[in-house]
Design a protein around this ligand. Structure first.
Ligand code: ARG
Length: 457
């Protein structure tokens, strides 16, 4: 496939150079957006009288045909081409002759590629947004089914205070709601049309940049031509937002993995979302959660790649920037793949409520409530804390829990105790008294669910 820039060269490009230089293997996925951008550009060139209206019409018509032909498989993208821009323009010229050669008037591949990536990533953001909304919906459903499922809440992975599984799940919904907001923010700043920046210095043609921006659904045009072609902040911002999504999915995965272990057995994954071992017949492994946790590293790596590519580039376009696409597309594809597997895994997982309840009964997670009981009887909190600590030590010594420790033992430590203490340390009561907004009581979790559902509506 011929290069677009042959004029001043006397020799053919070495095969090794073409293989190294070419981006077609990873930018061919932008063919639809490349054509969409060219259609807008050609339309504007015609409307502004920069090329004949009849030629503009022919170009637009032919570009639509090329789009359909690629889409339905009757035209294959040539993997020897330098990039997708070269391929489409070459095909247009092959079909239209001289007229096809007018498309690139007042345009450079530098502003063209800056446009294409934005168009592609805007779509990808919409797709990822929908997938995250679906995960939030699934989490809200599970949380609603489990707003009374008592489990231990942990700090330092030590049993700490009673919560419900619904409350625990809604923590992830809160993270994912922030992710949605971040994606929206990234898209807003990305939504600026660079076309008209030319190679770097704009153009002498009387372009109507706003018309192109409007045709392509952008909010604005880029403010400076040098920045227009060499800005990749939006790739970095997106990779950063995707990295945080992966942090959240990875933490969630880590918990799923623990909860599936025999040591916890809080949940059981559906057979369709687990795998076995080739040697150990008893095994049922949470591979999906492990892979999601593992794949987070790829996305962080993509972010690092983008930051490193951009940090030392003098204005304006440099070929280093071609490295943007593989990194940002990998981050996008990885997040989409993870969400595709993760969401149905959560949706189909079985919650083993008795095991959560049993774990909650054993870890003295109502000790704070026991101390609060003494506070309600007039004891200062520090003294109440110390008395309860002594009770816990006695329980551990005797193999008892606060629920099973006889009242005489309580009274021996502090004479403010009476039988009501057993009501005060009842786990259901401990949870349901935590009425505070954002807390674990069923009513509070219901409000959290309502809020998350209103965000994804
Ligand atoms: N394939 C190139 C890229 O992705 C397109 C822009 C080429 N521009 C140039 N001046 N060589 O960045």
């Amino acid at each position: 496939m011929a290069q677009l820039w042959k004029g001043r060269f006397k020799k053919e490009l070495a095969k090794e150079t073409n293989d190294f230089n070419s981006s077609i293997k990873f930018d061919s996925r932008m063919y639809a957006q490349d054509i969409q951008g060219s259609i807008a550009h050609a339309t504007m060139l015609g409307a502004a009288g920069i090329i004949d209206q009849s030629e503009s019409n022919k170009i637009v018509q032919c570009l639509s045909e090329i789009y359909n032909d690629i889409k339905n498989g009757s035209l294959n993208i040539d993997m020897e081409a330098e990039d997708i821009h070269t391929f489409i323009e070459g095909e247009l010229t092959a079909r239209l002759g001289q007229t096809g050669k007018r498309l690139h008037t007042a345009r450079s591949r530098n502003d063209q590629v800056a446009l294409d990536i934005r168009l592609v990533l805007k779509n990808e953001i919409d797709e990822i947004t929908d997938k995250i909304k679906e995960l939030i919906r699934v989490i809200c459903n599970k949380a609603d089914e489990n707003k009374e499922t008592i489990m231990p809440g942990y700090t330092h992975l030590q049993r700490a205070q009673p919560i419900t599984f619904g409350h625990h799940l809604m923590a992830y919904a809160a993270m994912l709601c922030r992710d949605l907001d971040r994606l929206k923010d990234v898209k807003r700043r990305m939504n600026v049309c660079p076309l008209g920046s030319g190679a770097l210095a704009g153009t002498t043609y009387p372009l109507d940049r706003n018309m192109v921006a409007e045709l392509l659904g952008f909010d604005d045009i880029s403010a400076n031509s040098l920045d227009g072609v060499s800005d990749r902040d939006f790739c970095i911002e997106l990779a950063a937002a995707l990295s945080l999504i992966m942090v959240h999915l990875s933490r969630f995965s880590e918990e799923i993995i623990m909860w599936c272990s025999w040591e916890f057995k809080f949940v059981e994954l559906d057979d369709a979302f687990s795998t076995g071992s080739s040697i150990m017949p008893q095994k049922k492994n949470p591979d999906i959660a492990e892979l999601v946790r593992g794949k987070s590293g790829r996305v962080f790596g993509d972010l690092t790649t983008l930051l490193t590519v951009m940090k030392g580039i003098a204005l304006a376009y440099n070929k280093d920037m071609q490295e943007d696409k593989e990194a940002v597309f990998d981050a996008v594809d990885t997040v989409k793949m993870c969400l595709n597997a993760f969401t149905p895994m959560i949706d189909t997982m079985t919650v083993i409520k008795e095991n959560m309840r049993n774990a909650a009964a054993k870890g003295f997670i109502n000790a704070t409530d026991c101390a609060d009981y003494l506070v309600s009887k007039g004891l200062p909190f520090r003294d109440a804390y110390k008395a309860t600590g002594e009770l816990v030590a006695i329980c551990i010594d005797k193999g008892l829990t606060l629920e099973t420790l006889p009242i005489e033992e309580y009274k021996a430590i502090c004479d403010l105790f009476d039988k009501e203490v057993y009501t005060a340390i009842n786990l259901e009561k401990c949870v349901n008294d935590r009425l505070v907004a954002g807390g674990p009581s069923a009513g509070s979790v219901e409000k959290q669910i309502e809020k998350a559902m209103s965000i994804i509506k």
